[in-house]
Design a binder for this molecule. Structure first.
Ligand SMILES: [Cu+2]
Length: 105
């Protein structure tokens, strides 16, 4: 009985993971982030964007890595969100391009 419960719980977790089509996109922003206030500004504003699951801005790399639910939003919509707070965002790397990159030697 306990095993069945664990199995059902695991199945539920798996189903949830499948339902949310999570993707990761890396953006660069213009104007560039110059201090931790910029980082905080992006974090606090972008987390309210629909479908955005995680935001990881890197001041050092000048990138913003965003994990999102592809069923609820897209890279274009996220870029629109950036526009609302005054940044022009450009994608530098996406999940679906990872396969192409791996083909290169
Ligand atoms: Cu700043």
């Amino acid at each position: 009985m306990k095993k069945l419960t664990i199995f059902l719980a695991m199945a539920a977790v798996a189903a949830t993971a499948l339902a949310a089509d999570l993707k990761t996109a890396v953006f660069t922003v213009d104007p560039p982030m110059t201090c931790n206030n910029c980082v905080t500004r992006i974090k606090t504003n972008m987390r309210f964007e629909r479908g955005v699951k995680a935001i990881d801005p890197s001041l050092k790399d000048q990138t913003v890595t965003i994990k999102y639910d592809a069923e609820k939003t897209s890279e274009d919509k996220i870029a629109e969100g950036f526009k609302k707070i005054g940044y022009r965002a450009t994608t530098v790397k996406a999940d679906n391009k990872a396969g192409n990159a791996a083909d290169k030697n």
